[in-house]
Design a protein around this ligand. Structure first.
Ligand code: ATP
Ligand code: MG
Length: 315
């Protein structure tokens, strides 16, 4: 299966300033792909080229096999784009707003009515359909924005910072909604500063800085690449000192620390290696009869990967 989006040597300058610098990556159908990067990194510029609003200086993007340069209409048909600001259609009702965009896509009025009901159901805005768009909260406006970009049934959604400015509850709701949209079979590319959202949602993440793609992969791949070191937590009923000595002699283990916890004995293990080696470690503990009651790996978060991948990192 060929990728649904192919980005090749994508480059864009504004005057002398290079905003996107030779970016290459593909996105497969059905992925939820997160584009992360500091302010001014080139996320919006990349997305605007993908959705045919901006022409690259160099390079190409293929969407479903169609070139953004040669077949922009075919590209647009496949994409629903939600920019980072809402636009100025506040003085109409929710229903009129969606009807307007449906008409832009030349959807038949009768079909539009059904479609709007379905979309309002999906984004859980049915109860606000006769309210003015202006009166919606930021979170509800984002949900309406999502309904709007779905109106022509695109296979790909491109969302520029869909969670920005939202309170924690609205952020969780948008996250759930994106998962639901992905379950409908859509491919999603979105940008965000909120790393926790990206980590929880995405099949893969691209980290972009000063116009360059500095990291690409699943969160786990990025974590392992940037931080090969893993940390294990092992809880024991007793024989903590003995276990500490044994673990220190195991391959891949660099340090074992005893953690003072009044309720039970536990050890923190710094470790470099694959899952198989972790299994060996646990197997040996059990084979030697250590009373293990807890064994887990500290999860790495994207925030840490991001801080280490982007500039300012010494190690
Ligand atoms: N129309 C424009 N004219 C001139 N410079 C621009 C234009 N659009 C973007 N830039 C510059 O290109 C660079 C990349 O901007 P872009 O908006 O793509 O970054 P971003 O990653 O989306 O940032 P943010 O997280 O702040 O949204 C920045 O230096 C920006 O100032
Ligand atoms: Mg931006």
């Amino acid at each position: 299966m060929s990728p649904i989006i192919e980005i090749k040597e994508l480059t864009k300058r504004f005057n002398q300033r290079i905003a996107v610098n030779n970016i290459n990556f593909n996105i497969d159908g059905g992925e939820i792909f997160g584009l992360v990067g500091p302010n001014g990194a080139g996320k919006t510029t990349t997305m605007r080229m993908l959705v045919t609003l901006l022409k690259p200086d160099h390079g190409e993007i293929y969407v479903g096999g169609h070139s953004i340069r040669r077949k922009p209409d075919d590209v647009r048909r496949q994409i629903g784009f939600m920019p980072d600001s809402f636009g100025v259609y506040g003085d109409m009702t929710v229903q009129e707003y969606l009807d307007f965009f449906g008409a832009c896509y030349k959807i038949h009025p009768q079909q539009r009515a059904h479609l709007i009901t379905d979309l309002l159901d999906l984004v859980d805005l049915g109860h606000r359909r006769d309210d003015m768009v202006d009166t919606l909260s930021t979170g509800l406006k984002q949900r309406l924005g999502l309904a709007r970009v779905l109106i022509h049934d695109p296979s790909i959604l491109v969302l520029d910072e869909p969670a920005s400015g939202l309170d924690p509850r609205a952020r969780v709701e948008i996250r759930e909604l994106l998962l639901e949209v992905a379950r409908l079979g859509k491919t999603i590319l979105f940008s965000s500063h909120i790393l926790a959202d990206v980590g929880e949602l995405c099949t893969r993440v691209g980290i972009i800085e000063e116009g360059k793609l500095v990291a690409l992969g699943t969160l786990q791949q990025l974590s392992q690449h940037v931080m090969p070191h893993r940390q294990l937590h092992i809880g024991l009923l007793d024989r903590k000192e003995e276990a500490q000595i044994m673990l220190q002699s195991m391959p891949g283990v660099s340090e074992v620390r005893a953690v003072d916890d009044a309720s039970r004995a536990s050890l923190e293990v710094d470790f470099i290696g694959e899952d198989e080696a972790i299994h060996q470690l646990l197997a040996k503990l059990l084979a030697q009869g250590f009373p293990v009651i807890h064994f887990s790996e500290e999860s790495k978060n994207l925030e840490e990967v991001f801080m280490r991948t982007t500039k300012g990192i010494v190690s």
